[in-house]
Structure formats: C-alpha cells, structure tokens
Design a binder for this molecule. Structure first.
Ligand SMILES: Nc1ncnc2c1ncn2[C@@H]1O[C@H](COP(=O)(O)OP(=O)(O)OP(=O)(O)O)[C@@H](O)[C@H]1O
Length: 379
C-alpha cells in the first residue's frame, strides 16, 4: 500500500490542508526551514507512531497548541509499471485511512484505522511500513549495535508476525533478571526461574532474527551483483546472536553469574545481538567513506524492501536530503533501484530536482512539490 493522502493538524509549521501524493515517487524541494523534513516526519508518525527526528511528541506539536493529529489515506499500492508525470488532479481511491493524534496535556495518544480506535502501534506499522533514510542513517554502519538491531528488527517485525510480542516478553524478562541481579544478595532459585524463561524466549527471538536476516542477506547479495559498487567487493556481513548458541543459554548464564552480578545486568542474549560488518577483516566504519557508508545503508534498506515486496508488502521510503554526501552517479543508481522495487518514495532536496538526472533512462511516475512556509504546491 502507499500513502496517497496526508493531512495534518497543528504539526510543526505544516499548513493544515490535505495533500495528494503519488504511490510512486514524490519529490519535495524548498529552502531551509520550509517544512520538507516535517512532511516526512508526519508521514513517519503514521508508520512508526513517533517522530524519527526527536524523542518527545511535544517538539512536533505546533507552537501555541496542545494537540496535533496526522491523517493518512492509503491506496492499493503499485500494481503496474507506471511511468512519467502523474496528472496534477489525479486522486486515487483510498482503501484505508490511518490517524494518530496526541494530546500533550493528557499525554494520550489516539490511533485510528478506518475510523476504528486501535490500541497497538503495530497495527499502523503493518499498514504502512516506513523506512527512513535521513542524513544520520550511516550510523547503522558507524554507530553502536543498537542501531543495527533496530534496523534488523524492523524487517523481522514484518517477516515474523509473532516477533514483536515475543521480543516484548523477552525484554520484560531481561528487566526482571536485571532487578534480581542488582538485588544485593542473589536469590539463586529465583534467577534460575528467570533464566529458564529467558532461554525459551531468547531462542525464539534469535530464530526469528536469523530467518529474517537470511532473507535479507540473500536479497542484499543479489542486489550487490546488480549495482556498480566495486568498493563493496569483500564485504562480509553476519548476524551475531548475542551469545554462544552452541550451549544452552541458561547454562551459560549460570557459568557467568558473578560477572553479571558485578555488572548488574544481563550480558548474554538477544539484547546483545549485532550485525557484524567487516571489510577485509576490518570494521566497515573504519574503511568506507561517509558517502560509501550512506550508499551501503540505502542498499541494505532497499534489500529489506525487496524482502517485504516478496511478502506482498510495499515499503514507503522517506529520503530526507537525498543530495547530502551522495554524488550524482550514486544518487541515480539508488533512484533506479528504488524504481525497480516499485515502492513509494518521498525525497527531499533544497534545489529543484531534475528527474532526467535522477533517472537517465525511463523517468518513473512522480509528483513534484515546492514546499514554502509549511505549504505544498504541486509543480
Ligand atoms: N513545533 C513547531 N511549531 C511550529 N513551527 C515549528 C515547530 N518546530 C519546528 N518549526 C519550524 O518549522 C520549520 C520546518 O522545519 P523543517 O525541519 O521541516 O525544514 P526543512 O525544510 O526540512 O529544512 P532543511 O532544508 O533546513 O532541513 C522550521 O522553520 C522550524 O523553525
């Protein structure tokens, strides 16, 4: 599915008028501070239930207001292989309506799908899988393992429907274990109970991650053979589960009891998982340039999009400031791959984009918007 209609109320500097988008490419351009990233952030709210830029809902609520809402209309997604300019007046039929609102005073978040109140954010995420590519995205390569786990778990969530509830249970057990470990005098009987539960849940989390990672790696390896990126030859990626899975986790934990008590938290298990990326035996972050790191991460995200496509799901990519750190050739290569994926893309830039430069071959279906003072004018 694709987000074809967006309407916000009191969201950052955005004007409260409805905007119709293409289920294919949407090119947004405008000066600094015009509201381009805010449009992507609002779309992100519908798929993630939160901002991908800030941690607090308060920051996105328009100054002087106490609540904000974001509404989205989804169409059936990309069936065919449309090319060229979508007529300005074209308004696709909506198959689903999503809404999210937040009241700052009551601290209440309201979620709606097709007019019905829903409680769980994952319902929104399943309707609108959103993948964000902003200037900080290279942290998936250069940052800590948490960023890579987040990257991986986004796909696991979509591949394995049970994953989020199992992972939530697992995190609860980790937190109970941590409390027990910090409890001065350890209750060995109690921690053994937690360890047994933890082992069962950790194994399920790891199995789901391994299965999704394998699908991702196949798609990624294939993708690398199709793109002119010789600098990736020799790149190795594997999933480290977070513990030595050749022995039962509960046994391993019992053998490291003192170490965990000293540290006061759980040192082994899926909370320590990581995607290890090495290039000629060295960490990728030490070798690749920033532009190469960004290209690599975008290719990784496209590979996830391929995996979801095979499951019949269409990803909406939010590319903030596409020009940052990417040269013309890399931009065109990535734009072409996104086109081949038949996904929905929102791309922002300061300068007016030239579709012929982005797609030197066939220009896909697109809509272009000039963003000024929070309002979008179609060009
Ligand atoms: N809560 C808010 N209420 C009202 N206006 C806000 C709020 N938060 C930010 N703004 C303003 O909204 C504008 C939009 O910022 P945004 O980051 O979307 O711009 P941008 O077009 O992406 O800019 P850049 O090219 O510099 O990244 C800015 O001028 C900012 O000052």
């Amino acid at each position: 599915m694709a987000l074809v209609k967006l309407q916000t109320e009191h969201f950052r500097n955005l004007v409260d008028a409805p905007v119709w988008f293409s289920p294919s490419f949407n090119l947004l351009f405008g000066e600094n501070g015009s509201g381009k990233s805010s449009v992507l952030e609002a779309i992100g709210y519908l798929g993630l239930g939160r901002s991908f830029r800030v941690n607090r809902h308060q920051a996105v609520c328009q100054h002087g207001h106490q609540n904000f809402t974001v509404f989205g209309g989804l169409d059936g997604g990309l069936g065919g292989s449309l090319a060229g300019r979508l007529p300005v007046s074209a308004q696709p039929e909506l198959v689903h309506r999503l809404g999210i609102g937040r009241n700052l005073a009551s601290k209440e978040t309201t979620l709606r799908v097709d007019g019905e109140a829903v409680r769980n954010l994952s319902v929104l995420a399943r309707h609108l899988p959103v993948s964000v590519i902003d200037p900080g995205v290279f942290e998936i390569v250069a940052g800590g393992p948490g960023k890579r786990r987040q990257f991986l778990d986004w796909a696991v969530f979509h591949v394995e429907p049970e994953f989020s509830s199992v992972w939530q249970q697992c995190q609860r057990v980790i937190s109970q274990r941590n409390q027990t470990l910090r409890n001065g005098r350890l209750d060995e009987a109690l921690i053994r109970v937690w360890d047994r539960q933890y082992e069962v849940l950790a194994t399920r989390v790891n199995e789901a991650r391994q299965a999704a990672f394998e699908l991702f790696r196949q798609a990624f390896d294939r993708l690398l053979t199709e793109v002119p990126t010789p600098w990736t030859a020799g790149l190795k990626m594997d999933l480290a589960p977070g513990w030595d899975t050749s022995q039962p986790l509960a046994e391993l934990l019992a053998n490291h009891r003192e170490q965990e008590m000293r540290m006061g938290h759980t040192l082994y298990g899926p909370n320590r998982a990581d995607i290890r990326m090495r290039f000629q035996g060295r960490p990728v972050a030490e070798t690749f340039s920033r532009g190469q790191q960004k290209t690599l991460v975008i290719l990784m995200k496209i590979a996830q999009g391929i995996v979801l496509n095979r499951l019949g799901k269409q990803v909406t990519f939010l590319l903030d400031d596409i020009n940052a750190e990417l040269d013309v050739g890399h931009r065109a290569m990535l734009a072409q791959k996104l086109y081949e994926l038949r996904c929905q893309v929102f791309m922002t830039s300061i300068e007016k984009p030239q579709p012929q430069d982005l797609w030197p071959g066939t220009v896909p279906e697109y809509r272009m918007f000039h963003v000024e003072h929070g309002g979008l004018t179609e060009e």
